[in-house]
Write a protein that binds this ligand. Structure first.
Ligand SMILES: Nc1ncnc2c1ncn2[C@@H]1O[C@H](COP(=O)(O)OP(=O)(O)OP(=O)(O)O)[C@@H](O)[C@H]1O
Ligand code: NI
Length: 346
């Protein structure tokens, strides 16, 4: 890969609370290449939002504390001044937040808010900004965009409101769009429309996208590459094809088994996420892993071992390390591939 747009190395974000130190993100590394859609996937509480919000240092410090390396287009984000950070967030990285409440102000029309967002970042007259706002609303799929310009947020349906939120995030013409569960609150049909929009926008603007989701159906539909998080640790990194055709980590395999498929009962992964104040030693997943052996219960999270020779596919599991045979876990169950995981929307 040519040098990635975003490069995250050994990211650690901890929160100092009265109950102790929460290691929300604990040594996470991944890249987002130019023009690529990378999905961060994992159960609730695995650290997806904190990872995304650490990238532009939106995590409040204190109580949070961020360390590691975040390089955006070669620039060291963790060393940036407040002014540089504002420029980064305003011009180069658009963020669609998990909680969409804050994204739109209920007392202003969506057109006014878009114009403000555009004028904040670009030298544009009101008239130019208005034209661009209408173009953006149209581009994100708001029917009769010019006519909806003076409507208030509450006059839009959930799906249309999310399209407006995406338009706001695109107002500055960003290089990277971070979208945190952008479809979770929407019904399935509306979800598919929003995902298709993200794919189209990626293509049209050559955007890079960091998409956060707990839904592997979403991953199958849009991702180029995938980072699987569990309890603040990366369990597996893979291309979307490798992840579905050849899932390596027992956690990924368990997640895939949970996918509903025709003629198959949906399973839940047994057990709960570890206590973030007191995670288990060894592999964070070992208490729920059917293949756990003594080695998994000791020391640190295993390193990310190469699963395939190309090193784009790696799993943090001792079975892929020296002196182990991963066929022991891979033969246990087969057939995870989603029906039509070739870019078809769920
Ligand atoms: N401000 C904070 N103070 C203390 N702990 C926090 C804070 N923010 C997040 N956490 C903890 O960090 C961990 C990771 O949270 P995060 O929101 O990143 O999970 P997530 O993967 O995005 O989950 P979800 O799918 O529910 O959105 C959780 O244990 C959470 O309780
Ligand atoms: Ni989240």
């Amino acid at each position: 890969m040519s040098d990635p747009l975003l490069s995250v190395r050994d990211l650690e974000t901890v929160f100092h609370t009265d109950e102790g130190t929460v290691r929300a993100v604990d040594g996470v590394s991944f890249d987002v290449g130019r023009g690529e859609i990378v999905c961060l996937v994992g159960e609730s509480g695995s650290g997806k939002t904190v990872t995304a919000e650490s990238v532009t240092r939106l995590v409040e410090t204190p109580p949070g504390e961020i360390s590691g390396d975040v390089l955006f287009d070669g620039a060291d984000v963790l060393a940036m001044t407040d002014g540089e950070l504002r420029a980064l967030r305003g011009n180069r990285i658009g963020h669609v937040f998990q909680n969409p409440q804050g994204a739109l102000n209920p007392v202003y029309t969506v057109g006014w808010q878009l114009v403000e967002a555009i004028r904040l970042h670009q030298d544009a007259t009101r008239r130019e900004a208005r034209e661009r706002a209408v173009t953006l609303l149209d581009r994100v799929g708001i029917p009769e965009a010019a006519g909806r310009f003076d409507d208030y947020p509450h006059e839009f349906s959930g799906g249309m409101k999310q399209r407006v939120v995406i338009a706001m995030a695109l107002a500055s013409n960003p290089d990277l769009l971070i979208a945190d569960e952008p479809t979770t609150a929407l019904d399935v049909t509306t979800q598919a429309g929003i995902l298709q929009l993200l794919v189209d926008l990626q293509d049209e603007y050559d955007l890079s996208v960091l998409l956060i989701t707990h839904d592997l159906g979403v991953v199958a539909a849009v991702a180029d590459r995938v980072v699987v998080l569990y309890a603040g640790k990366v369990m597996e990194r893979a291309t979307v094809t490798a992840l579905f055709d050849d899932p390596a980590h027992p956690y990924t395999r368990a997640l895939l088994r949970c996918l509903p498929r025709p003629g198959r009962q949906m399973e839940a992964i047994g057990g709960d996420l570890p206590d973030p104040n007191d995670p288990p030693a060894g592999c964070r997943f070992h208490p729920r892993c059917p293949h756990a052996i003594e080695e998994c219960r000791q020391g640190e999270q295993p390193p990310l071992y190469d699963v395939a020779a190309d090193s784009a596919h790696a799993a943090s599991c001792v079975y892929y390390g020296p002196n182990h045979d991963p066929t022991a876990i891979r033969d246990a169950e087969t057939e995870f591939a989603l029906d039509g995981n070739s870019g078809e929307l769920p």
